[in-house]
Ligand binder design. Structure first.
Ligand code: GDP
Ligand code: MG
Length: 307
């Protein structure tokens, strides 16, 4: 997939463009939704919370519009320096938002006050901000529950729109597009029309490997793991990638590698398959596991890792 390009285009006075941020608690379905809206798998999705650690843009361009979606990390109470950096990506995305999509899980039982407060603060700061509440995962609920939730959110945040939907099953996504377009300001495009994202190919290599780690290991390992790309060589018929996987302790390195290297090999096989789809050619992938003690707490390390 070609993710970046620099072609310059003409646009008309009626052209609309703007920044649309997806915000919500972990696991509400933000990444699933952005991928569905953009029609590309840009954000990694797992059943575990806090999979997304960065702001990832997904850009959808039509002839007379350009929607710059931002997928963000779920709103959490920061426990590590890493979490603080993740929440900074959320704040950064909010700064230039035209339309805020608050994604909430219909079955959410946890406290959403921190998300609500963030939205209220943002609305106070930016009077022109449009708030659309998306009640996700309605495939898991009955009609009455959906109606009750709509009333609840209407009361709580008085948004411009409330749309019940299912990101996973693609239900009511056209309503989202329609509403977003309605509220998008007149503006020339911010990016060339064939740009898909702000992130680099190297970033997606890291994310694809991280996804396999989130899917391949139980609780602890995914959260203490970071992936970096040491070398990336794109040739006409093969992409050669050398990566490092960083964990916080020696014991985690052992778990990650597995007996006789079997676990890490499986991660490599699964990641390579996705990478080949992503790049549309053969991929040679090499992975080295390193210990970076307590990297989630260390400013310098986090900066090196791109946070
Ligand atoms: N049943 C159901 N599950 C969903 C829906 N949207 C997302 N999910 C699941 O919810 C989990 C978290 O999704 P993800 O997009 O990673 O959430 P994020 O943390 O907000 O980015 C994944 O297991 C998704 O498959 C939906 O509409 N219905
Ligand atoms: Mg996510």
């Amino acid at each position: 997939m070609d993710i970046q390009n620099t072609q310059i285009e003409n646009f008309s006075d009626s052209h609309k463009a703007g920044f649309v941020t997806l915000l919500g608690k972990p696991n509400s379905g933000k990444s699933t939704l952005m991928n569905a809206l953009v029609g590309e798998k840009l954000s990694i999705i797992t059943a575990k919370a806090q999979t997304t650690r960065h702001r990832i843009m997904g850009i959808l361009s039509g002839e007379d519009y350009q929607i710059v979606y931002s997928d963000t990390p779920g709103i959490i109470e920061p426990h590590y320096e890493l979490h603080k950096r993740m929440m900074r990506f959320v704040d950064k995305a909010l700064e230039d938002t035209d339309v805020l999509l608050f994604v909430t899980d219909i079955a959410e039982k946890h406290d959403e006050d921190d998300a609500i407060n963030l939205i209220l603060t943002q609305k106070a700061k930016n009077k022109g901000l449009t708030l659309i509440i998306l009640i996700n995962k309605i495939d898991l609920a009955d009609e009455q529950t959906v109606k009750d939730k709509i009333l609840y959110w209407q009361e709580k945040l008085n948004p411009e729109e409330i749309i019940p939907l299912s990101a996973l099953h693609g239900f009511n996504l056209d309503a989202v597009l329609e509403r977003v377009l309605q509220y998008l300001p007149l503006s020339p495009p911010y990016f060339p029309k064939d740009t898909l994202t702000n992130q680099s190919e190297r970033f997606f290599v890291r994310e694809i490997i991280r996804e396999k780690i989130f899917l391949g290991y139980a609780q602890e390992i995914p959260y203490c793991t970071e992936v970096t790309v040491l070398t990336f060589e794109d040739t006409p018929d093969i992409v050669r990638i050398l990566t490092e996987i960083h964990v916080e302790r020696k014991s985690q390195k052992g778990i990650l590698i597995g007996k006789g290297g079997e676990k890490i090999k499986q991660i490599g096989i699964a990641a390579r398959k996705d990478l080949e789809t992503f790049f549309g050619k053969h991929v040679y992938l090499e992975q080295h596991v390193r210990v970076a003690p307590d990297w989630r707490k260390k400013s310098g390390k986090l900066s090196n890792f791109g946070y």
